[in-house]
Ligand binder design. Structure first.
Ligand code: NDP
Ligand code: CA
Length: 321
């Protein structure tokens, strides 16, 4: 009854290939695949978002849960960073059976709990493959704005890749939604808080900072995160696409019109001893593939597309770890 999943295409980073990352005597660089995805909270999608072009059955949980799991499992990520998770226990059970372990941090006052028949607050979740990584540390944070707690959260883990013994940190978040100058400056403050949180815990290790930042590249928070003097973060999708961010990471039609924005990112440390190399990424579905109803739809369970990137960890050197 369901149409096939939307077609996605993998794009390799122009320039250096994996083989050029190591010398012939050194072991191959360790690689990992990371998925970043705002899955669309069930409570919000079904009762708050007003997706007027989406068939009702595409928004019911019995349909969506399989499509969400399918999207995660088909791409075989080693690390999965999710936002708007309001069914963590199902994900934990299913992904647990597939070799992942995970964490969840709810938003302090999630809009989901105001929806009738909700399944609890939404929040950020992070899963990693236990066969590939050993967990070193895990932290969560309620993001602060001008020293006051906001309603947005972040989740951080430091992992050790078992074969290479290389360690790195992954941080995922979902920044404050909606447009306007005040909210853009609020997101910018949340971005500064994220950087402090990351610097507090990464201890000079390579790092990935990903999430639904709810901000186009023109917003201050994008520059705050990608041009911080203390930490060189690059955007993986821009690296793979010759420096250009994609035109959209979310594309939906609500009662008040069409909304098409690039607001989801995978940022990574790109300089010095903590350099990560991005090897490629999964393109977002084309306009043609999405069709006039955009997303979500029977062919795709969220209004945001998953971002999938492959990374290589740096060679171990005396001063690197
Ligand atoms: P945000 O502004 O960050 O938005 C929360 C969620 O709403 C996000 O997941 C966002 O999705 C989604 N969203 C954004 N735009 C729309 C839209 N046009 N239609 C539907 N959903 C949208 O909110 P906060 O986390 O700051 O929380 C909202 C506050 O509102 C809470 O503190 C809660 O107390 C209050 N609230 C109260 C309700 C009530 O009935 N009393 C009902 C709802 C909220 P995305 O990131 O994908 O854009
Ligand atoms: Ca949403």
């Amino acid at each position: 009854k369901l149409p096939p999943q939307l077609q996605r295409h993998y794009r390799h980073t122009p320039g250096p290939s994996l083989s050029s990352l190591h010398t012939s005597t050194a072991p191959p660089a360790a690689t990992f695949r990371l998925m970043q995805w705002n899955v669309l909270a069930q409570a919000l999608g079904a009762h708050a978002d007003n997706f007027v072009m989406c068939p009702k059955e595409a928004l019911c949980w019995d349909t969506r849960r399989f499509r969400i799991l399918e999207e995660i499992l088909v791409h075989q990520p080693d690390i999965v960073c999710l936002q708007e998770v309001d069914h963590f226990s199902l994900l934990e059970r299913v992904l647990g059976s597939q070799g992942y372990e995970g964490f969840f941090v709810p938003k302090p006052d999630s809009p989901c709990i105001y929806v009738p028949e909700n399944s609890g607050p939404d929040g950020c979740a992070l899963f990693y493959r236990t066969a590939k990584f050993k967990l070193i540390e895990q932290h969560s944070r309620i993001l602060e704005v001008w020293r006051v707690q906001s309603n947005q959260v972040a989740l951080l883990v430091t992992l050790r890749e078992r074969q290479s013994q290389r360690e790195f940190t992954v941080l995922t978040t979902h920044l404050k939604a909606k447009q306007g100058a005040l909210l853009a400056s609020l997101r910018n403050e949340q971005g500064k808080d994220l950087l402090e949180f990351l610097e507090q815990h990464r201890g000079g290790r390579p790092a990935v900072l990903c999430g639904d930042l709810n901000a186009e590249p023109s917003e201050p928070v994008y520059a705050t995160l990608t041009q911080a003097p203390s930490l060189a973060l690059s955007s993986a999708y821009a690296t793979v696409n010759n420096g250009e961010e994609p035109p959209y990471s979310t594309w939906k039609i609500r009662g008040n019109g069409e909304s098409k924005h690039n607001i989801d990112y995978v940022l990574y440390t790109s300089e010095g001893s903590s350099v990560l190399q991005v090897l490629g990424s999964l393109d977002h579905p084309s306009e043609e593939a999405l069709g006039p109803g955009r997303a979500p739809s029977l062919a795709y369970p969220s209004d945001h597309f998953s971002l999938v990137c492959d990374f290589a960890l740096p060679e171990l050197s005396d001063d690197a770890q």
